[in-house]
Design a binder for this molecule. Sequence first.
Ligand SMILES: Cc1cc2nc3c(=O)[nH]c(=O)nc-3n(C[C@H](O)[C@H](O)[C@H](O)COP(=O)(O)OP(=O)(O)OC[C@H]3O[C@@H](n4cnc5c(N)ncnc54)[C@H](O)[C@@H]3O)c2cc1C
Length: 379
Amino acid sequence: MNANANLSSRALETDVLIVGGGVIGAAVAYELAKAGVQTLLIERGELGAQSTRAGAGMLGAQVEMMNPGPMYRLGVASRALFPNLRDELLDISGLDMELQTPGIFRVAVDEADRQELLARLAWQQEAGQRAEWYEDDELRKIIGDDTVSTTYGALYLPDDHQVRNAALLLALVASAKMLGANILEHTAMTGFLVENGAVVGVQTLNGPIRANRVVLATGAWTGLLGQELGLDIPVFPVKGQSFLLDTFAPPTPYTIFTHGCYILPKRNGQVYVGATEEPSGFDTRPELGSLAKLSGQAVHLMPSLAALPFAAPLAGLRPGSRDGLPVLGEVPGVPGLYLSTGHFRNGVLLSAITGRLMREVLTGAKTSVDVEPFALYRS
Ligand SMILES: Cc1cc2nc3c(=O)[nH]c(=O)nc-3n(C[C@H](O)[C@H](O)[C@H](O)COP(=O)(O)OP(=O)(O)OC[C@H]3O[C@@H](n4cnc5c(N)ncnc54)[C@H](O)[C@@H]3O)c2cc1C
């Protein structure tokens, strides 16, 4: 099926229609295609061009989690899927998600930060995770004397890996297509097709598409789309800005993460510096003031960055949710409609488990993780 197809000349029909071609929609499409489910994914613009393009690609199941709740368990379960997923996608499509495994140093910037990280070290070790503490002088022996400014010590998380988002997205999409999924870019959903209270498809700018099940994987825009059906979907945009630097020799192979700023060496030779977190509307343009502040923080943390050429600014709308947890599964009271959204700061990390869970939900299988904490109407 070609992008830009004129749908109005023929009524398109599919079993499952996924709306939204970011990393979440792509992961769901891949899992459904693998299970032999007839799947069509539509994307308003270009695949992966929104939050997914702006994201850093950390699989931060430990660095991002403040307590051992459902989000932590979901993150750890998802992170564990990546090595196999990398091999699977490589086998099917020949494309590599560029998984990097040296781990993350979460650097303490002051005494309060140090105490919070030491508490995290304790509960994460108790929960069975690998986590180690390095004092400033020990850290320098590992990453080099001049790599970072003085710290209050660092929490080392050897199993928090990273991928390159664009590479992961391409590998998921290509594999989904190889397994039979259809993908249409430049096809914007404008409304729902509803019959007898059930969603039976969507209206697009290119014509109607009928489907037995519709999955909204529309990121920060999902709350808006739900309004047509009178649904209160608690998902909204939280802008994140970051930038890429060019280098052939990144200052360190490790991800260095601290309050409000993290630095990731990428396998393609670039260094990713992120990220702001700002309540926002739907404007996705990068802003000078935010990037100036972020670059100041980055150079303070890692002075050698100041000499690197600027490659590109990035900005995206994280799909925030009211309690910070994703929203996954069916919409009670609206047969035919499913949600896969609200992944906020961790959509790349959670993409693997989300694809799997949505496939399990849509095929009526027992879910491998309890999805109740992620239900639309959770307690
Ligand atoms: C600066 C920054 C850094 C980040 N760092 C990390 C990180 O290190 N690790 C991590 O795990 N996560 C990170 N994230 C978060 C992660 O990028 C997101 O959680 C993830 O990309 C969400 O994926 P998504 O597919 O839900 O959303 P998106 O990528 O935004 O995709 C949603 C898609 O839906 C499409 N769409 C919307 N409305 C319609 C419509 N009406 N019709 C058709 N299509 C529609 C959009 O065009 C878009 O392509 C970061 C995000 C930002 C902004």
